[in-house]
Structure formats: structure tokens, C-alpha cells
Write a protein of this length. Sequence first.
Length: 338
Amino acid sequence: MRTAELRAFVYRSSDAILFALAAVLLSALSASAEPVPGSLPARWNTGAEDCQASPQPPLQAHAYEPQTFILRQSPCASFEANFIYLLIGSDKAVLIDTGAVADPQAMPLAKTVLELLPDKNNKKLPLLVAHTHRHLDHRAGDPQFASLPSVEVVPFDLEGVQKFFGFNNWPNGIAHIDLGDRTVDVLPTPGHNQTHVAFYDDRTGILFTGDFLMPARLLIEDARAYRESALRVIDFLNTRQLTHILGGHIELNAAGRAYRFGSHYHPNEHRLELTKADLAALPAAFEHFNGFYTRYPNYILTNPVRNLLALGFIVLVVLSVAAFGLYRFLRRRRRRSA
Ligand SMILES: [Zn+2]
Ligand SMILES: [Zn+2]
């Protein structure tokens, strides 16, 4: 082999080696990015027709995988029947929401969470208690955690949330919670409530959406902000793997019909998990929303304030018609007797 040929051969071989190395590295990277698989139960605690006659355990704890727990409050304990999530990293854990019940006797939330938390260096792993938003059914259990050692509770007011996570261009930007070998991204999602955030977990590929997206009535406070939040989350997920979307409640049955408001019994409940398609359909749903109440296969858009105003208007019209009728009746009677 001549020198030129030898040089070309060496270059070709080193190219091939580099190629092979890059391929190995890429496949290793994509393998490590695969979400940890988990399982969801066939059915959750759906309450009872008569909660007195058939008492239910207040809390159902399900291990999705060994470091991810889903806690469901029984519809008998609170009609809100919140879902609460515990994500455990190697240095820290995060609890998403504390549910609708304050009383530790009726709802042993902190006790259950502490039992699930592993030890590190002979101490319980530090816990961060965060909220999807400030509505009371997502933070009523906060006081149970207030005085526990190595537990930090994130404030629930807008300014407190922004400051804690370091958002300085709300609702833009993404914050990160580092749990050790596990990162949870925090995404502002106002619309249902101005303090609302969603959490994306890089370990399981689950997006935790609170009341922003769930098989339930999506109560709209600010339709424009809501739609824009949906667009931002869709954009965020373009470069992430998504396994499930898990929200804060189930209020629909499997046929997509809503349970009566305040019901302690959810027969034939809709599945908890929603998909990327449900999220993708949300911006268009807002474009076609009639402003009051519109049903989609896996959620219902509704504006409670507008519905109340409309109801108030109808009541006013009915009362006016009745008053006018009464006035005419009395006038006719007076004329007849005169
Ligand atoms: Zn809410
Ligand atoms: Zn809620």
C-alpha cells in the first residue's frame, strides 16, 4: 500500500469507528430516555350509594411503579375525590396536591405519604409539597404537613408560586424540580385558575394536569389564558415522551356523562388517564366553545360564572313576567269591582 492509499484507508477506518461510536452513544441515550413503565388499576374507589351503610377506606394508594404513587381520596370522604401524586427521586420527593380533606383522622394523608417515603441516611427523604393550583380541594391537607421535619410546602398564592419556582415571565418559562436522578418540570397553565401549573415527570413520561385537563368538567375562569396554556403544553411535549396525562378528578362515567355535582358515588367511572390526542384537541375545543357548556368525548368545557349569569338573567325574566301578570290581574280585578 502506498502512503496516499494508506492515509485514505486510515481516514476511512477512523470515520467508520466514529460512526459506530456515535451510533452506540445515540442508542444508549435514547434507551436511557425511555420512560419507566408502570401500571394503572382497573378501577379506583368509586364511593358508594350509601356511604354510611358501606364505609370506604378514605384513601386508595396505588404504586404505578416503585417510585411513583397515585393516591385517590374516596368519593365518600369528599365528593371531590381528588387524585394526589407522590414522585420519589434519589435525594428528594415531591407530593402534587394535598386533596380536599383537612382532618387527619378522616383522611390520614401525611401518615400514608410518610409510610411510602423511603429512608436515606437513617432519615426520611426530604419532601416538597406542591400544588397544581390554589383551590381548596387541592390543598386542604396542607396543615397535616406543616410541622413535619424536612417537609417544605410551596405557597399557593400566585406571587408565592412565581417566587418559589423562579418564574419571572409568567405564564412563560419552565421551572425544574430536581429530585435526584429524576427531574420534574413545572409549566404554568393558567385558565382554570390563575395559579395553575402542570408537572411533567421525566422518569415516567407522565404529565400531571390537576384541573387543567381531566375526565371532568373543565371549569373556565379565563378562556384565552386556558387556550394559550394548552398551546404551550403541546409545544413543550413536542420534544418529550408522553405516556399518560393524569389529572385531579374523575367526574364522568365511561360514556362521558357527568355525575351529579356533589355525588359520593361514581358508578362505571371514566378512566383517569387521558392522552396526547385529548390535549391536542383542547385548543380547537376552545375555538368551538359556545361560552356556556360543551361536551367532548373525554371532558366538558364549562364557564360557571357565565352559566350563573345566564341563570340569573332567566330568573329575572321569569320574575318580571310573573310581576307583570300579577299587576295586570290586580288592575283588572280593581276595574271589575269598581
Ligand atoms: Zn380547581
Ligand atoms: Zn379540583
